[in-house]
Every structure is written in C-alpha cells, then in structure tokens.
Write a protein that binds this ligand. Structure first.
Ligand SMILES: Nc1ncnc2c1ncn2[C@@H]1O[C@H](COP(=O)(O)OP(=O)(O)OP(=O)(O)O)[C@@H](O)[C@H]1O
Length: 406
C-alpha cells in the first residue's frame, strides 16, 4: 500500500509513531517505525499483532520497509486511535469517576481475556499502553508480549517496574496473572492519577519493594467497597490466588456494567456515514459522562453550525511546538473549497487551538495531526476532526471524542 507519513504522534523506546494516510483511499492509520537494523522488537510485535483480532486490541493493518533519507525503515501499520493513551487522557482531564473507571476496566479486562485465551501475555499493561478509541480503551504496544507455555518463557522478564507483579519483579515468572496485577496498578493510576508505589523512589527501589516487601500498593481512598474488593482480587501477591480475567468479568464491579451495555447497544450510535449526525451526539454522550463534562443541548448541531458559519480569521501561531504547519505540495490547488466553510486552513499555517475557530473555551486539545494529498483529495486531520476536500465538497468527519474542560 502506498502511504504518506504525517506528523509524529508518539515516541517509545523501540519506535517512533506517526500518523499516516493511504495515497489511494485517504484512510488514516498509525505507523510505528524503527530503523530496519534496530527493528527486531518491532518485527516481533508485528508477528504478534498480525495474529490478533479483537475490538479491545489495536488492529493490525500491515507492515513494510521504506527508504527514508537513505535509511531503511521498518514500518508497522496499525489502526490510528485518535484519543491518545489513557495516560494522556488522565493528564489532560479531570479524573474519571468510579463508574467511568469501571467501564474502562471492563474493556481492558475483555481485551485481556481475549489475549489470555490465546495464551498471550501482554507483560506491560499500564495507562501508557492503553489507547482511547471512541468505542473505549484498546490494548496496544505488544513490544514486551510473550506466549505462555512456549519457548518465549526463556525470554528475560520485561515490563515497567511500578506495574510489575511480585513474581515477575523477583525474576521468577511472567504469566497471565502478571497482567492482572498490572491491571490493578492501572486502576490505581486511573483513580489516583499516579502510578502505584509513587513514593518509593527510583525504579530499582520500586522493584525491590514490589518483589520482597510483602506489601500491595496503596488503594485510592474514595473507592466503593465493590471496587476495592475488585482491586483486591487483582492485587493478590500470590499469583495463584489472583483472579483470572474471565473471573474478573463476573465480579459485581464489572458484571453490572455488562447489563447497562446491553441496554446501550439497543440504541447504538454507530455512524452509517461520515456525516451521520448521530456520531456527534454519541461523542458528546461519551465525553461528558467519562470526564465530567457538563454541557447540555444539541451540542453536535451547534458545533457543526459554528464550523459552517465561521467567518473570522483563524489566528495562527508560530513557535508552539505542539502545532504543525499545514502546507500543501500545491497550495494553489488547495485554496478554494475550504473557503466555502469560511475557514481558509490551507493558505494559513496552523491554528493555536480549536477555541480560536469556535470561540469556545470549553473545547481544548485539538491538534492537527496530519495532512496529505491524494489525487484530487486533500485531507487535513485534526486530532478530532477531519476536513476532507473532495473537489467541491468539504466533508467534516469527527474522528474521536472532544474532551471537555470540567
Ligand atoms: N495506534 C496508535 N494511535 C495513536 N497513537 C499511538 C498509536 N500507537 C502508539 N501511539 C502513540 O505513540 C506512543 C508510543 O507508542 P508505543 O508505546 O507503541 O511505542 P513503544 O516504542 O513500543 O513504547 P515503549 O517505550 O513503551 O516500548 C504512545 O504512547 C502513543 O502516544
């Protein structure tokens, strides 16, 4: 598949992640890249990811090798999840309440149940490796993953010390139960905003404490009895006593949510087209309940209306690293139809925030993440909007939730 690399959206220890668009279909996806000579971990991740298929796991699209600035680069093409990581969301917003924590946890546990049923251990479950899709959290970054009961057992133990189970921290074993311990740590992270053992100093001291102290991390104080009990089942020091993902899905903390979900799915808000009004309303529901947003009324109609009617000048800033300049390869070609909507995005550079466009301070964290041209189409992707110009038509496509300031 021919594709164009867009802006870098993340960097990890093994790879750089960029947004990308297909030259033919205009489809947006994420590309995780590393120099071919240093791509062993990424190639391993490709093998694992290509064997998975679950709504709770980031989807595999393909892989290839490209030549860029005379370097050979290995690329893993995966679904683009515009909401960023769970950690990003926690940093940006008010902490989720217990109901939201329950909903997120349920999706992660469903993902873990799927992986564990295949005999795959993720080995690095934490907020930074959970991506926030519109449908809920998805498990990502399989760089540390290993197959249980296979030659993989010989691989050195890997993961993040603060999220590591005691048996893994002691270097004994890293199995499915270890992921459940890390899930417990991730719940603490969601509830408190801090990773567990946050007062224990450097990673080596943390590792020692996890391995040998006999302690469990401190539980956040505001949790209900049910949530505390759930956390207790994840954070049993003895892996044999820890609950499995399948058992956890039947715990009252999550089981009641499954009933609500059945009701919700009756009024599914899956879009039937990219301009489907429902998806906007659906996004509003999702964000306001997840992060304590307080807006009411038909936000979607309002928002599209503002977008369509905007006729002021977009304020462009320079020097702010979080904003990229939109440039086309052929500026002349781009200067027409976007103006129909009153915004000349392409002849300017980049906007400082969506509030400059919408005049609404409640909307934050909008990034332009990529721009590409394919045949007659130009696509400008914002973190949660796409403006797609197809000759005469400007389509406005919501990509993900807009997070609202609490
Ligand atoms: N599919 C995706 N959609 C959107 N953003 C992504 C996607 N995959 C990764 N990212 C972003 O890129 C960052 C780095 O990705 P990832 O954690 O997979 O890299 P890594 O090199 O394996 O990291 P680590 O250092 O944890 O091993 C993530 O934290 C996230 O912000």
């Amino acid at each position: 598949m021919d594709w164009n690399r867009g802006q870098i959206i993340g960097r990890g220890s093994s790879a750089t992640v960029s947004v990308a668009t297909s030259s033919i279909s205009g489809e947006i996806f994420a590309v995780k890249s590393a120099e071919l000579s240093q791509s062993e971990a990424l190639q391993r991740e490709q093998k694992i990811l290509s064997s998975l298929n679950s709504p709770h796991v980031v989807s595999y699209i393909g892989h290839d090798v490209t030549r860029e600035n005379s370097h050979l680069v290995y690329n893993l093409l995966i679904e683009y999840v515009p909401g960023g990581t769970l950690n990003d969301a926690l940093r940006r917003k008010k902490r989720p309440d217990e109901a939201a924590i329950g909903r997120y946890t349920r999706k992660i546990v469903q993902g873990l149940e799927y992986l564990h049923s295949l005999g795959l251990v993720h080995c690095d479950i934490k907020g930074a490796n959970i991506l926030m899709a519109e449908t809920g959290p998805k498990i990502a970054d399989f760089g540390c993953a290993r197959w249980a009961n296979s030659g993989d057992e010989e691989r050195p133990i890997s993961g993040t010390p603060t999220f590591m189970a005691p048996e893994a921290a002691r270097g004994e074993h890293q199995g499915c139960a270890g992921d459940v311990w890390s899930l417990g740590c991730t719940i603490i992270e969601m509830a408190s905003g801090n990773s567990p053992w946050s007062n224990s100093g450097d990673p080596v001291s943390v590792l020692y404490r996890v391995a040998y102290s006999g302690e469990t991390p401190e539980f956040p104080s505001f949790l209900s009895e049910k949530a505390e009990d759930f956390l207790g089942k994840c954070l049993r020091r003895n892996p044999e006593e820890r609950w499995t993902a399948s058992q956890l899905l039947k715990h009252p903390f999550l089981e009641e949510l499954s009933l609500t979900e059945v009701k919700e799915s009756d009024s599914s808000c899956s879009p039937t087209s990219i301009l489907d009004q429902g998806i906007w309303n659906c996004l509003e529901d999702h964000t306001s309940e997840s992060f304590g947003g307080t807006r009411s009324g038909n936000w979607a109609v309002d928002r599209i209306g503002k977008l369509a009617l905007f006729s002021g000048e977009v304020t462009w800033t320079s020097g702010d690293q979080s904003w990229v300049t939109i440039r086309s390869d052929n500026d002349e070609q781009n200067n027409s139809s976007i103006m129909d909507y009153g915004m000349d995005l392409t002849s300017s550079s980049s906007c400082s925030s969506e509030s400059d466009i919408f005049g609404d301070e409640n909307i934050i964290d909008i990034n332009i993440v990529g721009f590409s041209q394919c045949r007659e189409k130009s696509v400008v992707a914002f973190r949660n909007l796409i403006f797609e110009r197809d000759r005469d038509d400007l389509l406005v496509i919501p990509l993900t939730s807009t997070f609202l300031k609490s």
